[in-house]
Design a protein around this ligand. Structure first.
Ligand SMILES: [Mg+2]
Length: 332
């Protein structure tokens, strides 16, 4: 069935609302919910966070429809190098998570959350991860990137980065909230700056002159509208791109991996190592092996899919189906 001929009822007939528990609270949630959609091409995932507008959700629906009913762009590689993520935990917990990521998953790049109330907590966390990487891989061989989730103003960001630069930081993601702050910070520090939120929520993601404010752009394929949309945005930017997931199930992760694999130029490890955050998934989790994730198509296994479906009560399942309809109504 061509994507253009699809109707809302085709999509709803193929939709399975789901809920998956996380191992620990992440982005303010304990359970990841969404809708899986099955089509002739495979499965797609529609999982806009609760605070997304219908317009933002519509892009996510386009991504799910592309996966289930459309075709993904041709790949430039068969596997994608991924980074691990260390949340804002204390330094000894950070060290043990980092060891697990390096020794068991083969990751050579670790993203560390920063932006704690006390900069010393951030520094202790980053220092312990640097220590693990240097011990396991050799001095300077593993990469650390940090993510402040816009927690800093320019003054605090500059102070933090002047301290943290000692641990050899690949880049800092979203140190400040606004484009103006990022532009100002960039003149004050040497650590490269990556931008994500400001691109994703911009009305026209392709219109931001990223080179003026940052050195790297983090793109999230599902909220951008899928693989083809991600390639379009990447082409319109004049900085290297890092592809990142959106706390996706194994099915949703396939889309992000496919987008990363389709990019001609992919100089950095991608943020696709989030499978380990799930306590339960709809299929065998898509975890990095030897630090990479292979391009692929995940089909949910039936018992896991039914369990994920049955975790939602009828009202919540109906709410998700309504959300699909609302996104459909505003999508282009
Ligand atoms: Mg981020």
């Amino acid at each position: 069935m061509p994507v253009d001929a699809l109707t809302l009822s085709d999509v709803l007939d193929a939709a399975v609302p789901f809920a998956l528990p996380l191992r620990r609270r992440f982005r303010g949630i304990d359970v990841r919910e969404g809708v899986l959609i099955k089509g002739p091409s495979g499965w797609g995932e529609f999982a806009p966070f609760d605070d997304y507008s219908d317009a933002a959700a519509a892009r996510w629906l386009e991504s799910a429809i592309e996966a289930a009913f459309g075709e993904w762009s041709q790949r430039a590689r068969d596997e994608v190098e991924v980074n691990a993520i260390i949340p804002a935990v204390d330094s000894s917990a950070a060290a043990s998570l980092a060891r697990e990521a390096v020794l068991e998953l083969g990751c050579r790049t670790i993203k560390v959350k920063v932006g704690s109330a006390d900069l010393l907590d951030d520094e202790a966390r980053v220092a312990s991860v640097r220590d693990v990487l240097d011990t396991a891989l050799g001095r300077g061989r593993g990469a650390i990137r940090i993510d402040a989730n816009a927690a800093w103003d320019v003054t605090r960001a500059a102070a933090a980065l002047r301290r943290l630069v000692a641990y050899d930081i690949e880049y800092v993601e979203q140190p400040c909230a606004s484009l103006g702050e990022l532009r100002e910070l960039r003149r004050l520090v040497e650590v490269p700056i990556a931008v994500d939120e400001s691109i994703r929520t911009s009305a026209d993601p392709g219109s931001v002159r990223v080179r003026d404010i940052a050195d790297v752009a983090v793109l999230k394929p599902a909220p951008l509208g899928g693989v083809a949309a991600t390639l379009r945005v990447a082409e319109s930017l004049d900085v290297p791109v890092v592809v990142s997931g959106s706390l996706d199930s194994s099915v949703g992760l396939d889309t992000a991996v496919a987008a990363a694999a389709a990019l001609g130029d992919l100089p950095y490890a991608c943020g696709l190592g989030t499978g380990a955050l799930f306590a339960d998934d709809v299929a065998e989790p898509r975890l990095p092996v030897g630090g990479v994730i292979a391009v692929g198509r995940t089909a949910p296994d039936l018992p896991s899919l039914l369990a994920a479906r049955d975790r939602l009560d009828d009202d919540r399942a109906a709410w998700w189906r309504q959300r699909v309809a609302a996104a459909w109504a505003v999508k282009g």
